[in-house]
Each structure stands twice: as structure tokens, then as C-alpha cells.
Design a protein around this ligand. Sequence first.
Ligand SMILES: [Zn+2]
Length: 231
Amino acid sequence: MFSGLAYCADCGAKLYHCRTTSWTHEQECYTCASYRTKKKCSAHYIRAVVLEQLVLQNLQRVVAYAQDDEDKFVRCVMENKTALQRTEQKRAKRKLDKQERRFNELDAIIQRLYEDRVTGTLSAERFAKLSEGYEKEQAALKQSIAELQSVVAVAETQTVSIKSFLKIVKKYTEPTELTPALLREFVEKVVVHAPDKSSGHRIQRIDVHYNFIGEVDFSPEFSWYHKKTTA
Ligand SMILES: [Zn+2]
């Protein structure tokens, strides 16, 4: 049900659906795809039924909230979205400034290399090797700078299409069961965090990102699943 929708919170890879024909639905689970293939991440193991339950609870809460007080819901989403956007934008802007500084620095370094070559303090071979490295770095930076500039620009103009989301909410008054159709209609992606066992309980956080409105984080503790570890 979640194939292509569930992602690892730490490495961003898709979650891999583990199942065999002999397994019951209760036994099915998801793990981080990069953990599974390259063992580069941690497992992020979550049972399919648990993930379904968590997403359904999150969805029920959001739908109930939207139906209970539409105006307040719209305000909340707007504030939430603006805050998230601001954070993302700030991060992109900081990275952009840093890369632009490095780009200019490289200009100066390459300029100096040419001068050293002209005065003969640098051999042709050494010059070729050094300038190649710096120019490669600069080319990579140029691309990254262009990408960051578009992130900053998009965040500035993006508007929230809450109305489209509310239209879907009106179609489903009270979702009681998670179906693939319901999931596709509402959910853009689900981000699964690694379980936290520091409290002696297995607490696993998921973030549900909705179509049109993004992540709705009215009450984080609601999406946390508390279960005594028996292992
Ligand atoms: Zn991962």
C-alpha cells in the first residue's frame, strides 16, 4: 500500500516492503532500502499494520480538525507552512551564500595560478593538474548555486492550496479504514523515523505529508506510537 510513498527520515531512501507469499499481512514490514542493499543506514523497521494504523490516526485527526473548524484549520496550515518555508528558505540561503563565497574564492585562486604560470614559478604539469581540480570544483558549485537560487525563489512565491485539500476532506467525512485509494488521494509521502528506545518503550515517529498542504504537525505526540518492547 505504501510502495513509493514511504521514506526513511535519515537517508531519504524509499522504504522497502518485506513480504513473502507465505506471510500473513500481520508479518509484512518495511525497512530502509539503503539499509537493505548497502547496509549504509539503520533498519527503520516498521510493521505494515503499525504504519497503516499510524497514518490512519494522523489522517483521522487532520480530517476531524478540518471539519470541526475550517477557518482555524486554514490559519493553522498557513502558519505551519510559512514557518516551514522560512526554515527551508533560510537554510538554502545560508548554503547559497557560502557557495557563492567559495566560487569567488576559486576565481581568485585560479587567477593566481595563471599569474604563477606566466612568471614561471609553476610548472606546466603542476599548473594543469591544479587548475583542472579548481575548475571542476567551480563547475560543480555553479550548478549547485543555480539549484539553490531556484529553491529560494520558489519558496518566495509558493502559495498554499488548502482549498484543494478541503475539497478532498469533504468527500470523506470520517475515514475509518485506510484504503490505497484514500491514501493516494490524501497523502504525498510518509517519513518514517528510526525507533527511539531510550525510554524503555519503542517509540517510532512518522511524519505524514499531505497533498496540497504538506506536513501537518498539530500534535506531534499523536503520531508517536508507544509500545512496550518485548525483545
Ligand atoms: Zn535510511
